[in-house]
Design a protein around this ligand. Sequence first.
Ligand code: PLP
Length: 395
Amino acid sequence: MTERTHRIEDGRIDTVAVHAGAPRPRIHGAVVPPIFQSTVFETPDEVASYDDIVYPRLNNLPNHQALGKKIAALEAAEAGLVFGSGMAAISTALLAVVGKGGHLLAQEQLYGGTRTFVEMLDRWGVEYDFIDADDPRSWDAKLRPNTRAIYVESIANPLVEIADHRAVVDFAKARRLVSMIDNTFATPVNFRPLKLGYDLALHSCTKYMNGHSDIVAGAVAGSSRAVREILLLLNHLGGSLDPHACFLLDRGLKTLPLRVRRQNENALALARHLSAHPAIAAVHYPGLESHPRHDRARELFSGFGGMLACELAGGEEAAEQFVRRLEMITYGPSLGGVETLVTRPAVTSHAGLAPAEREALGITGGLLRVSVGIEAIEDILADFGFSRFGEKNQS
Ligand code: PLP
């Protein structure tokens, strides 16, 4: 093999997604690294610590290491780490970063599972406050002497709101906090938060990173020191990724830029069509000029993402009829796969809230959340019924 003239890890994201982290020299010449489907490995001559024993829970199989490097390169980080789910990544990272006696500032509109976990943190001696991530002037009032971290999402669910990311980074630096961002919705193809100054990027790789709706996985990327601290806790909490799932995630990541760009295009086209349709009362998509943070999204992101939400003029009844009449598109939760999915947040992700609380957040009975896939846009539009959408809701 000839000497490389540049590091693949520092290159263009399409090349990084295919090649970064792959073991060199190739194992037995294999272009696709083998799955290390073994739980027992011979003891090496020198084992400095428990964490050096080769064992799948200790996240040190070649499959884990290759993926960690690829995710680090995708997020422009020094180091990366994979987990058995997005929640394993989030819970382990929060406990490692904030810890007993610490205080966390967390965005109000978090993914429900994360929000519930934050509300449980006092069991481990961690305090928290929720903040309006779009109102930096309100943050100082919530700051405490023991505040250690600020936690936000790149694009929040389901109304695709965009936090004041520059202000989060500046605030964290000025007050010596660790800034953490769940980058699941934007993906590193559309937004690389560490380049803006965030300390840690987290993912539910179940979604776009894998992209094929067939595994549950998570990831964290950041400085080598921070990732090492999180790894030592992960090794004991045990939310490690199975080697077969590592193989699937690595395969999925190779097409991440292709998939996400297509999803960006399809979502923008769908959002434009929906905005022009009389049966639709409102469309929430950062790529539309009508989105309240469109300018921020244009400045920070290289694409507006595959997630949008829309409100049917006919309310709850029209929304229920609409989802039951879909043919190609699946009415089901989750997001980020190659197939288009539609959910009704009022009866799924936000069903646990009181109706008044839901309304206050803008989550009405007529709201649909769409995870736009990579299908031909004509077929997505056809299933949305642009030739018969009105009939779908009137009949
Ligand atoms: N973060 C976001 C933004 C999510 O949407 C989800 C799941 O829906 C998670 C984290 C949790 O990920 P997982 O289901 O892989 O544990």
